[in-house]
Design a protein around this ligand. Structure first.
Ligand code: ADP
Ligand code: MG
Length: 498
């Protein structure tokens, strides 16, 4: 071989070696990055773990906090608010009634017609619209004028067909925020939640605000009750099945109410009702316990929210927040490796990933996870390999499994407080062998998260059986109540008139 040929051959070997070295280096770097992603996922999964032992601690904490909130004003993060609802619709109600429901994402208007028999419940013209986002930061006048205007349009559509022509219309105002009631007809806003921020409204009477706006528009409509959405759901549940004593909402936010004995409401000595009981609005979104599995993502989400240090339980279990927890984990992975490509600016926007998209990704049954790819693309993340899409599905699963299981622990906590969990309640020292006869207990559940996210529902129901045991859970019936909070509030108004 000539000298020149030897030099070329040597150069070729060197070049081949360096190409190989670059490739090996790249592969090692990519493996390292993959390991980073897997590490973040594992750490997150461990931090979200909810074995049944931990859930039972949450159950106990919920029952204890309920006691504390009933014992004294400010005795717990659970406000345990009086609703002044001491009787629930029983099926004999008659007439036409309206409901306006201000939720966290939607407002709804509907009319019900009741024929005096449980089977004769006709729900008419249900209208559901997203709440225009500028209203959440507006003024009380703008918000209530908008609601009154929407009601006016609803009534105009009735034309001459309605049997309520010429008669004052009785309206239930279903309001999904914490209110301190002075009666079933009135109450003042304690604070906003779920991203609403109209500060001058705090302390104002909510029913009065709506009645004022209706009067200004000249509408002959009477705000006959101010009803928390949970109480509406309980009313519909009870109307259909008198064993219903608990109602829970899993929508934009989360809350629960239940029927309590008045003598257990210690903070209101001498509270007398004909039924001997009253519905208590727990405002459980604000529940907190050191047993809740909190991660760094939850802490960041809370710190950056408009109501930090508030509504800790709601931020782990409800529709407004689940998407943002998932987004934060993906963002951390994308910053720690390039498996999602260059970090997308869209992905950095709070709340850009909605919980509807989380359920769509979680329940994507296409072999290539095409729905996951499509939603990631909307977040500015394109062309991710299948194994990365699978990681995203896993994140959705971890977040939703934790939410569903904690939601179940919350429900079991209420069952424990009222002695329906098979343990004899928290004040009794009775052993499992001495349990009194277990009563059938119906839990009315509603809200967009529960109604539409199958995996959330399945995780919740599975965990409830795990916590209560097969035997006791046979007596606990969870019933979905579509539009329960609005329909039930109208029924409640009807029951007040009869
Ligand atoms: P509101 O909270 O205004 O009363 P809903 O009870 O209908 O309204 O709840 C709406 C919320 O439910 C949405 O903001 C979303 O978080 C959640 N949600 C609705 N549809 C789905 C879905 N398909 N998958 C997961 N979450 C959903
Ligand atoms: Mg709702």
């Amino acid at each position: 071989m000539g000298k020149v040929a030897v030099v070329f051959a040597a150069a070729a070997v060197v070049a081949a070696c360096s190409v190989a070295a670059v490739m090996v280096g790249r592969r090692m770097r990519s493996r390292r990055k993959w390991r980073t992603v897997v590490g973040i996922l594992k750490e997150f999964e461990d931090a979200c773990d909810t074995p049944v032992g931990r859930l039972r601690q949450v159950v106990d904490a919920m029952a204890v906090e309920m006691h504390a909130g009933l014992a004294s004003e400010g005795g717990s993060k659970l406000k345990m608010l009086l609703t002044f609802v001491d009787g629930l619709p029983n099926g004999t109600e008659k007439g036409t009634f309206y409901a306006l429901h201000l939720g966290g994402t939607y407002f709804r208007i509907l009319r019900v017609h009741l024929g005096g028999q449980r089977s004769y419940l006709d729900v008419q013209d249900v209208e559901r619209h997203p709440i225009p986002s500028h209203l959440m930061n507006s003024t009380s006048e703008v918000l209530f004028n908008f609601l009154a205007f929407s009601l006016e349009r609803f009534i105009e559509k009735e034309g001459n067909e309605s049997d309520s022509q010429g008669v004052r219309r009785e309206l239930a105002f279903t309001f999904s925020f914490p209110v301190k009631h002075t009666s079933i007809f009135s109450g003042v806003l304690i604070k906003w939640t779920k991203g609403f921020k109209i500060s001058e409204m705090v302390g104002k009477d909510i029913a009065e605000c709506l009645q004022g706006a209706l009067n200004r528009r000249g509408l002959d409509m009477h705000v006959a009750a101010l009803v928390n959405d949970t109480v509406g759901a309980l009313s519909l549940g009870y109307y259909h099945d008198p064993d219903t004593v608990i109602a829970v909402i899993f929508g934009t936010g989360s809350n629960a109410c239940y029927l309590e004995r008045t003598d257990a409401i210690i903070k209101c000595q001498g509270l007398l009702t004909t039924s001997g009981s009253m519905v208590v609005n727990m405002e459980w979104g604000n529940f907190w316990s050191s047993h809740l599995p909190r991660t760094s993502y939850d802490i960041e989400l809370d710190a950056e929210s408009s109501n930090s240090n508030d509504m800790g339980f709601e931020k782990m279990i409800s529709g407004l927040y689940l998407g943002d927890i998932v987004r934060r984990v993906i963002l951390r992975m994308s910053q720690g490796s390039d498996i999602f490509g260059p970090t997308s600016s869209v992905l950095s926007e709070p709340y850009v990933l909605r919980t509807n998209s989380v359920s769509a990704m979680h329940e994507d049954d296409t072999p290539d996870l095409e729905e996951v790819a499509r939603i990631l693309k909307d977040l500015g993340v394109s062309d991710v390999p299948l194994k990365v899409r699978k990681v995203v599905v896993k994140i959705c699963d971890v977040v939703t499994r934790r939410a569903g299981r904690l939601a179940a622990a919350g429900i079991a906590g209420i069952l424990k407080k009222i002695g329906r969990d098979g343990s004899g309640g928290i004040t009794s020292g009775r052993s499992r062998n001495e349990i009194q006869m277990q009563k059938r207990t119906v839990v009315a559940v509603e809200g967009g998260l529960y109604m539409n996210y199958n995996m959330f529902r399945e995780y919740m129901e599975e965990a409830l059986v795990e916590i209560l045991g097969e035997e006791v859970s046979q007596y606990v019936v969870v019933k979905a109540m579509e539009d329960g909070s609005s329909i039930g509030s109208a029924l409640l108004v009807a029951s007040l008139q009869s």
